[in-house]
Design a protein around this ligand. Structure first.
Ligand SMILES: [Zn+2]
Ligand SMILES: [Zn+2]
Length: 77
């Protein structure tokens, strides 16, 4: 599988670049993403309401588009 964002870039570009091999999968849209296009964010899992020990955060990988969309949605909230 190739990086979907790389494919879009190479389509838009007049100089076609070969898309990178996907290293991850977007947690939201399921597109393959390379290391350059993957956005690593933390995904806090629901823990006990009162906890003295800090909860470890899970990892979440999103593509360029979903990252921007989620950031915009979070900004509106
Ligand atoms: Zn890419
Ligand atoms: Zn996505």
């Amino acid at each position: 599988m190739h990086c979907f964002d790389c494919v879009l870039e190479s389509r838009a570009s007049t100089v076609p670049a070969s898309p990178a091999v996907a290293a991850a999968v977007c947690a939201r849209c399921g597109a393959g993403i390379c290391g350059r296009h993957a956005h690593v964010t933390s995904d806090p899992l629901p823990g006990p309401p009162i906890s003295s020990t800090p909860m470890p955060e899970a990892r979440r990988l999103t593509c360029e588009l979903c990252y921007e969309a989620e950031r915009a949605a979070a900004g509106r909230a």
